[in-house]
Design a protein around this ligand. Structure first.
Ligand code: C2E
Ligand code: MG
Ligand code: MG
Ligand code: MG
Length: 287
């Protein structure tokens, strides 16, 4: 306890806070080591056409198995990477691995998540350009996903960065739409190439009309701006039907496949009939 006996809240010594800081520091140290040893892995989640359920692409998602602890959620280690300056290296490592992987998957598109912090590195766009030259991947096959925080925080810098990425031929998606403030203004202002609807909105669909109406309004808005829409976190056939009828052209979620190892994606490419049969069933059910 503090010297004033704990009466002034601001001087209270909280051992739990020290503990949390310690835990975070240790995670940062371990993450730095893991990145250095190239232990960050990338898994790929299928993205399908909402009408045919054909595999159109994959989203690359980072995975870290922490020594002595087991798998750590990206919801935990990505923020640690962001606040400790590790995100540049981690982000480029994920991009490089997934571009190399894409060489083996002709015909598929790739989405990769980018954190706002990666733009603070003035050389970021040059690094990205280099990776495309190195791997020979056509940038038109790749979508960079970003959440709105960046566009809210520093709109001018964001605009410039997006312009430079677009000049390379890359597409930009607004990730997690509907999860935060989701300003309509930003959607218009930055001319995104795709909108991804957050899974919180998708998973509310079966809970009532309100959510369905909100979804319909959101998709209608995007379409009026000419922006195609992917829905994330699709877990049930009912959700898939609602989303397709609302006008989403792409779907992603456990219904179609979890994030998975490259070999599993390869076998999914060899048996697309399963998903197509499911699509036909759903089309029938929707009538
Ligand atoms: P995100 O980009 O919005 O990715 C979608 C998340 O939803 C993934 O979580 C995915 O596993 C999960 N998901 C997909 N379908 C379903 C479903 O049907 N049900 C449920 N409950 N969840 C589903 P994940 O892999 O844990 O990643 C969480 C977040 O971490 C990502 O959200 C992204 O913001 C961030 N992230 C992951 N990898 C990277 C990376 O390489 N770089 C950066 N900057 N961020 C990353
Ligand atoms: Mg994403
Ligand atoms: Mg998302
Ligand atoms: Mg997210």
């Amino acid at each position: 306890s503090s010297k004033d006996g704990g009466r002034g809240r601001w001087t209270v010594y909280d051992p739990k806070m020290d503990e949390e800081r310690e835990t975070r520091n240790q995670m940062e140290i371990d993450l730095r080591g893991a990145i250095g040893r190239d232990e960050i892995e990338v898994v790929y989640q299928p993205v399908v056409d909402s009408k045919t359920f054909e595999l159109v692409g994959v989203e690359a998602l980072a995975r870290w198995t922490r020594r002595g602890h087991g798998p750590v959620s990206p919801e935990l280690f990505i923020p640690v990477a962001e606040t400790s300056g590790l995100i540049d290296q981690l982000g480029l490592c994920v991009l490089r691995k997934s571009l190399l992987q894409l060489q083996e998957w002709p015909g598929l598109k790739l989405s990769v998540n980018v954190s706002p912090g990666q733009f603070r590195d003035p050389a970021f766009v040059d690094h990205v350009a280099y990776l495309f030259r190195e791997t020979g991947i056509d940038p038109a096959r790749v979508v960079l996903e970003m959440t709105e925080t960046y566009f809210v925080q520093s709109p001018e810098r964001a605009r410039l960065a997006l312009e430079r990425l677009r000049n390379l031929g890359l597409r930009i998606a607004l990730d997690d739409f509907g999860a935060g403030f989701s300003s309509v203004g930003y959607l218009r202002q930055f001319g995104f190439d795709r909108m991804k609807i957050d899974r919180s909105l998708v998973q509310a669909l079966e809970r009532g009309h309100r959510a369905v109406e909100m979804l319909q309004a959101t998709v209608a808005l995007a379409r009026s701006l000419g922006i195609p829409v992917t829905a994330e976190g699709v877990e049930t056939e009912q959700q898939a039907v609602i989303l397709r009828l609302a006008g989403c052209d792409q779907l992603q979620g456990y219904l179609f496949g979890r994030p998975q190892a490259p070999a599993e994606i390869a076998s999914l490419m060899q048996r697309p009939m399963e998903l197509r049969a499911k699509a036909a069933e759903l089309a029938f059910a929707a009538h």
